[in-house]
Design a protein around this ligand. Sequence first.
Ligand SMILES: O=c1ccn([C@H]2C[C@H](O)[C@@H](CO)O2)c(=O)[nH]1
Length: 154
Amino acid sequence: MTDVLPDETVRTLIAAARAAALHAHAPYSRFAVGAALLMADGSVVTGANVENASYGLSLCAETVAIATASAQGRLRQIVAVAVIGGAMDASGRPTGTTPVSPCGRCRQVINEAAQMGGRDLPVLCAAAEGDAVARHRLSDLLPHAFGPGDLGIS
Ligand SMILES: O=c1ccn([C@H]2C[C@H](O)[C@@H](CO)O2)c(=O)[nH]1
């Protein structure tokens, strides 16, 4: 269990999420989101939002990152999540200084990784620019969650 993330780790994860957001496919909302997962071995897995012409089929950055970790057989090894986002400028770079918080569906997707990994994940919420970081725990963002334990799975 990662209790308190060192500031350097927080900065590294946010930088990775910002780099990932540059690959967002977000021509409809023009809101780029990047997510970075800290893995138990110290490596980082990232994702960016992938929108769709059928708007409701769009994939959030956090979900893309978690699916990538799962595809690598590492769903249980996620120890922290960072998310950043912001409105894209003309060149496609996310902008702004207001931290972004995971949407409700992403909180539930993060919860699957958290509960299967036996952790209460730190979720770091930052903006495209600036130093503001809101440090949450998943259990604060999604209290009383429905999860694998409700189906007898651990
Ligand atoms: O937690 C979130 C919230 C929103 N988005 C994306 C979805 C859509 O592409 C864009 C605007 O909602 O931001 C994410 O990637 N993660």
